[in-house]
Design a binder for this molecule. Structure first.
Ligand code: ADP
Ligand code: MG
Length: 263
């Protein structure tokens, strides 16, 4: 290792080493002044740090898959308001601690859009955690079993944004109501939570029958959430069906069963 490399490491400036050779060549060729050179290599360091931060936070968010707004086909489902999603992506809701609720049948892009908003939040320097409701309950049960009191709760309270996916998809495990209420109520008006469900809010009481009042309480809390209700057909089966516009039939095609598949 050269002396320069050692010094850069000591100063924790190893990010700029990747592009240093190129910058030195540019400088030697007389294309960069001293000030310009310094400015450029420091910018290189900042860029590398930003990329590392994105990678670290994306990993910590534990997304099911990295989905972005750019990957989304906005023409497929006209009930989804592209402009609204891009406005949300700008992140004012995060600063106001507002919650978002994606509602609609399976396959229409709820998980995709929730994760895409999560990724946008990360790009703005926020900490995000993605969990399905099943993961959430499992995390809390494990925490109890290992007597790591409140470790899990802290993990769910700390991020700027927590995404809780898949409400209503399958029968919920026992104690779901208890844990979900704890997370949603403690984050309320302080930090944002995004939830997705294929059932309307009124039905959540039935889903969370272990806490008889859970539905009513969540209803009160999520009443002020920004609700994005999507209708239409599943994107998963789009290729097996004629495009909606060209189809003369008015009857909606039946969706094939999605046997236990995560949606
Ligand atoms: P949901 O959570 O509503 O059940 P998903 O977000 O899991 O639906 O969507 C199912 C699959 O289809 C995912 O792979 C998702 O990326 C994709 N998808 C859904 N809607 C669109 C769309 N409009 N454009 C591109 N991909 C989409
Ligand atoms: Mg989903």
């Amino acid at each position: 290792m050269t002396q320069l490399q050692t010094t850069l490491r000591q100063l924790r400036l190893s990010g700029l080493m990747q592009t240093l050779d190129v910058r030195l060549q540019e400088a030697a060729a007389g294309r960069l002044g001293h000030g310009e050179f310094l400015e450029l290599i420091l910018q290189d360091e900042l860029n590398v740090r930003h990329q590392r931060m994105l990678a670290r936070r994306t990993k910590a968010a534990d997304f099911r898959a990295l989905k972005t707004l750019e990957d989304f086909d906005w023409r497929f489902n006209p009930t989804i308001n592209r402009q609204q999603l891009f406005e949300l992506a700008a992140g004012h809701y995060l600063r106001e601690g507002k919650d978002i609720l994606f509602l609609g049948p399976p396959g229409i892009g709820k998980t995709h859009l929730a994760q895409a908003l999560g990724y946008e939040a990360i790009k703005q320097g926020k900490e995000v955690l993605y969990r399905s409701i099943f993961d959430l309950v499992r995390d809390f049960l494990k925490d109890e079993a290992f007597k790591q009191q409140d470790k899990t709760l802290r993990r769910y309270l700390k991020p700027d944004l927590v995404i809780i996916d898949d409400m209503g998809l399958k029968a919920l495990p026992k104690q779901s109501g208890e844990y979900l209420l704890e997370v949603v109520m403690r984050r309320y008006e302080n930090r944002s939570t995004i939830m997705t469900s294929n059932r309307p809010l009124e039905d959540w009481g039935k889903l969370l029958s272990d806490v008889p009042t859970a539905g009513a309480i969540l209803d009160r809390f999520l009443h002020h959430a920004i609700t994005i209700a999507i209708t239409g057909r599943s994107y998963r089966i789009k290729d097996s069906l004629p495009p909606a516009q060209e189809s003369k039939k008015t009857k909606k095609p039946n969706e094939p069963p999605t046997a236990g598949a995560a949606s």
